[in-house]
Design a protein around this ligand. Structure first.
Ligand SMILES: O=C(O)CCC(=O)C(=O)O
Ligand SMILES: [Fe+2]
Length: 297
C-alpha cells in the first residue's frame, strides 16, 4: 500500500536523512491586523496561525476519524482513539496513507472559512474546493517529497490558498510539514525559467504548461530528497511543532515537504490540506469534486 522508510524515533529527519541546520517557522496570531498578516503571507509565502480553530473541535474530528478506523486494528489495544497510537503489532504497509471524507464538516469549520474569506478579501466568493485529503502518516512511513501546490492545480491561476490543518498535536519529530526558506520566490523562479525555455523552444502557453507537468517527476514532485534540495538551493528548511487548532496557509508556489514521523510514542500524524479559491474567477474545477482513488488529478 505504501512504502516504508527507516524509523529512527526521536530524530528530525526527511527521506534522505536527518535534517541538520534548520530554522523555525514564524508563528502569527489570527487577531493581528489583517494588513500585517497579509504582508507576512506575501513576504514569507506562508502564514502560520496559532490556535485558529478551537482545540476541542479539532480533537473531536481526530476522535471521530480514529474511532472509525479502530475496527481495522490500526490503533494500539487499550488506547483511546483520540490519541491515535499506532498498533506496534501491525505493519504500516497495511494501511493507506490518504483517505477522503469522514471530516467534511471539520474541513468547513467556520473559524477557518470565515478567516480565509476576510484574509483574502474574497468574502462571499471564497470557496473551499471539495477535493480534500486526510493524510495519516504512520510512524516510519515515507512522507511526501519536495513540491509546490500549483503543480497539482495547474488548470487554474496561481491565486489559490492552501490551508494545511494538523488534526491533533504534532511534535517537532512527529512528521509535520516543513517549508523552504523563501520557497515562494524559488518556486516562481523554477516555473518561470521552465516556461521561458519551453517558449524559446517554440511551445505555446498551453503546451508549455503541459510540458512542465511532463518534465516533473512522474509524481509531480520537484525532488524526493528534501535535504539535498535545500543544500543545492542554499536555503534552510523551516520547522515547527504544531498544536491542535493551528493552521498554516501557503501560496501556490511555496515549496514544502513533510518530515518522517519519528514520534517515540507512535502517535499517528493526521492532517488535511484544503484549497480555497475566488469562485468569481477561473479556477481548477477538477478540484471541486470529492477525491476518488485514482482520479488522475
Ligand atoms: O500533509 C502532508 O504531508 C502534505 C501536505 C501538503 O503538501 C499541503 O498541504 O499542500
Ligand atoms: Fe502541498
Amino acid at each position: 500500500m505504501r512504502s516504508r522508510t527507516e524509523c529512527q524515533p526521536g530524530l528530525l529527519a526527511v527521506n534522505d536523512g536527518p535534517l541538520g541546520k534548520v530554522n523555525s517557522l514564524q508563528p502569527s496570531r489570527p487577531d493581528e491586523p489583517l494588513a500585517q498578516l497579509r504582508r507576512r503571507y506575501e513576504e514569507d509565502g506562508y502564514l502560520f496561525l496559532k490556535g485558529l480553530i478551537p482545540h476541542d473541535d479539532v480533537l473531536k474530528a481526530r476522535h471521530e476519524y480514529f474511532a472509525m478506523l479502530q475496527p481495522t486494528g490500526v490503533l494500539e489495544e487499550g488506547t483511546r482513539p483520540v490519541e491515535g497510537i499506532f498498533n506496534p503489532l501491525k505493519s504500516p504497509e497495511d494501511f493507506p496513507g490518504i483517505g477522503a471524507g469522514g471530516a467534511e464538516d471539520f474541513c468547513r469549520h467556520p473559524a477557518l472559512t470565515s478567516f480565509i474569506a476576510r484574509f483574502t478579501g474574497w468574502d462571499s466568493n471564497s470557496l473551499g474546493l471539495r477535493r480534500s485529503l486526510l493524510r495519516n502518516n504512520i510512524p516510519g512511513t515515507k512522507p511526501i517529497g519536495v513540491h509546490y501546490d500549483q503543480i497539482f492545480l495547474r488548470h487554474g491561476e496561481p491565486t489559490s490558498v492552501t490551508a494545511w490543518v494538523p488534526i491533533g498535536d504534532i511534535k517537532l519529530i512527529g512528521g509535520g510539514l516543513i517549508y523552504l526558506q523563501d520557497g515562494d520566490s524559488l518556486g516562481q523562479q523554477i516555473e518561470n525559467d521552465f516556461t521561458l525555455k519551453a517558449k524559446a523552444a517554440g511551445l505555446s502557453e498551453q503546451e508549455a504548461k503541459d510540458a512542465f507537468n511532463n518534465n516533473m517527476m512522474a509524481t509531480g514532485l520537484l525532488s524526493e530528497k528534501p535535504l539535498a534540495f535545500s543544500q543545492e538551493n542554499q536555503r534552510a528548511w523551516l520547522v515547527a511543532e504544531y498544536e491542535a487548532g493551528d493552521v498554516v496557509l501557503h501560496q501556490p508556489h511555496t515549496i514544502h515537504a513533510s518530515t518522517i514521523n519519528n514520534d517515540p510514542d507512535r502517535v499517528i500524524r493526521l492532517a488535511t490540506d484544503l484549497r480555497f479559491v475566488d469562485a468569481s474567477k477561473p479556477y481548477d474545477t477538477r478540484w471541486n469534486k470529492f477525491y476518488e482513488v485514482g482520479d488522475g488529478v
